[in-house]
Design a protein around this ligand. Structure first.
Ligand code: ADP
Length: 624
């Protein structure tokens, strides 16, 4: 549960930060520009105030010339007005440009997921990385934007330092005028150098301590992975869609026990202990050093003014400027530390976004044959799912031709779905090869190859679009074809009851008039989608599992009509429904143990098919 993470080198942190900036600049340069402008503006405007206030106080405490006083007051009012108007203007300019960056950044991840090799989408490792990224986002916000803010802070710190130096130079160069011992001491270069050293140290030490304290949070992010997952499960209600099971099995206490066991956010957690111990001490030490520095500045400025180096007006200016100088230096160092810390959070994001598409994409065109003459051969194919040691398929040899109906039967876990996934190139075989018309399927253009298959998987999904768009799998569709496919799939009666026909929304996410469909209805729509695609191969994985017996009978009785001249591969547990197939492949433990027609297979009394057939048949025949 508590994993320890290796520290990121400064070089790698810098590289990741540049990468993040490059990405943001590429996505939205104006967002970066406007944010930078805002930072520079906000870092410089306080000095206008400090300078003009010092002038006013100086004039009040010495000359008291009314005309000068009014002029300074006029400048103060004018500058305040200008600054507040410009400040709002820049903020709005930035707000305008920043509005769509969130969407663009989120889209990066969605696009990545959509275009990733399927084995990666399905891999536990990538799913783990993805869930880690989501947890970090919940915890700290978007890392790219966080880094952008940090860079803006860096720029504002540097401009702030320039502004403060310009206003505080006089403090160090002006000489005292009383000729006293204190005055001589205050003017001596040694004293001034000592003071500057104190200033530098007290500006550097607090942010360094604070960065060290932040390091504890970074360490904790790795340790908190499990806790965050439990937190997400319980508090973001991932259990709520299981409301029926929770009630049926009285699982409330079981679910609530997860909340009690979330170690991440209790006072017993490591982070809480660190807050009370080393992390807390580091923060206290940082504040103490800052406080010490403020005392030094006040003392020095007041003593110098007392010794006649400058008037009361400059006292305000120098105290303001030196405090800002120290603030800006602290910000600069603190931000550099934050950038290093943030790079640790950027790392998993880049790791995810740079997952390569390693599957060979191929370039051969899949011949579009009028006669749909395709033959497929599995030649000694074995397969292990990534990250596993066991073979899901072992030495599979199968050949089937166009127009054939192939049934694939076998017990749960015997490898039927895996066989289909390999056929459709969702995965590549670990050993052996799959050939289409004698050519390894890896050589065909990936998308084109996928296009020759219409598959209805057991765990198919419909989307909250209209019925027609679901069937056509596209925003635009041919209404007549949609209706005819729905009818072929046995959806005609239900279609008549829909308020807006094929325009009716499925589910209610985007359409209040949308309808919920039953499992069986959804399966019919999925079948219609496969028919609409009109590919030479149609693959149906338990296509009637959710249908009632009447609907199932309807589908079987016109199966040949539905499939037409396509090659059909058909997975089913219900062996009686496979009888109409030309060939039946019997899978057992990842291997094809039998292949033949129903009659031939059922008569082989020692075969697996015979065993499966009679295991099912007894329920129908016992009563006779
Ligand atoms: P069937 O369709 O016959 O029920 P599958 O092809 O789904 O069988 O599964 C074959 C074997 O592969 C099973 O042992 C199953 O646990 C394993 N398996 C299936 N999917 C995955 C996966 N994504 N990762 C790891 N193992 C898997």
């Amino acid at each position: 549960m508590a994993e320890k993470k290796e520290k990121l080198s400064a070089f790698k942190a810098l590289k990741l930060s540049f990468g993040a900036l490059k990405l943001l600049w590429g996505k939205h340069p104006m967002m970066v520009v406007t944010k930078l402008c805002e930072s520079v503006f906000h870092s410089l405007t306080p000095y206008v105030n400090i300078y003009l206030s010092a002038l006013l106080i100086g004039e009040l405490s010495s000359g008291r010339d009314l005309k000068r006083l009014l002029t300074i007051a006029g400048f103060i009012v004018g500058s305040e007005l200008l600054i507040s108007v410009m400040s709002k203007g820049i903020e709005m300019w930035k707000t305008y440009h920043i509005t769509d960056i969130w969407q663009q950044l989120e889209k990066l991840y969605v696009d990545k997921f959509m275009n990733m090799d399927y084995p990666d989408v399905d891999s536990a490792e990538i799913q783990g990385l993805w869930s880690h990224i989501k947890q970090l986002k919940n915890w700290r916000g978007n890392s790219f934007m966080y880094l952008n803010n940090a860079v803006c802070d860096l720029v504002s710190a540097v401009t702030g330092i320039f502004g403060a130096v310009a206003l505080s130079v006089g403090l160090f160069v002006s000489k005292t005028s009383t000729g006293s011992v204190i005055g001589a001491y205050l003017d001596s270069p040694v004293f001034i150098l000592t003071l500057i050293s104190v200033m530098v140290l007290s500006s550097v030490v607090p942010p360094v301590l604070q960065t060290k304290a932040s390091g504890y949070r970074t360490r904790y992010s790795e340790m908190a992975k499990f806790g965050n997952r439990s937190f997400g499960f319980y508090f973001y209600g991932r259990h709520l869609n299981r409301a029926v099971d929770i009630r049926m099995y009285d699982q409330q206490d079981m679910i609530c026990s997860v909340a009690d066991k979330i170690p991440t956010y209790t006072t017993d957690s490591e982070i809480a202990k660190w807050a009370r111990g080393p992390m807390g001490l580091l923060h206290v030490a940082a504040s103490a050093v800052s406080g010490f520095f403020t005392v030094c500045v006040y003392l020095f400025v007041c003593l110098k003014a007392y010794a006649g180096a400058f008037g009361i007006g400059q006292v305000t200016q120098y105290i303001g400027a030196v405090s800002s100088l120290s603030g800006s230096v602290k910000k600069l160092i603190g931000t550099l530390g934050n950038i290093k810390v943030e790079a640790e959070f950027l790392e998993p994001n880049f790791q995810f976004l740079s997952i390569p598409n390693a599957m060979y994409q191929g370039s051969l065109t899949v011949e579009k044959r009028r006669d749909r003459k395709y033959d497929v051969e599995f030649r000694d194919v074995s397969f292990k799912y990534p990250g596993t040691d066991t073979y899901a398929l072992r030495h599979v040899n199968i050949k089937f031709n166009v127009g054939e109906r192939l049934a694939v039967v076998g017990m749960n876990g015997s490898g039927k779905t895996t066989f289909i996934k390999l056929l459709c190139r969702l995965y590549d075989p670990t050993e052996g090869e799959i050939l289409l018309n004698g050519i390894n399927i890896r050589k065909y253009d990936y998308r084109e190859y996928m296009n020759i298959f219409s598959v209805v998987f057991q765990d198919f999904k419909l989307f909250s679009f209209s019925l027609a768009q679901n069937v056509a799998a596209s925003v635009n569709y041919d209404s007549e074809r949609v209706i005819s496919c729905l009818k072929e799939a046995g959806f005609a009666d239900r279609l008549e009851t829909l308020p807006n026909g094929i325009e009716t929304g499925i589910y209610k996410d985007f359409d209040e008039e949308g309808v919920d469909v039953s499992g069986g209805e959804a399966q019919k729509i999925a079948l219609a989608r496969a028919l609409y695609k009109d590919s030479p191969f149609i693959v149906l994985d338990e296509p009637t599992a959710a249908l009632d017996p009447v609907a199932e009978y309807e589908i079987y009785s016109k199966f040949n009509e539905i499939v037409g001249d396509k090659t059909a591969i058909y997975i089913s547990h219900r062996l009686s429904s496979c009888r109409f197939c030309d060939k039946i492949a019997v899978f057992d433990n990842g291997s094809v143990v039998q292949m033949g027609t129903h009659d031939a297979l059922v008569s082989d009394e020692d075969g697996k098919y015979h065993e499966l057939w009679y295991a099912q048949a007894q329920y129908y025949t016992e009563g006779k």
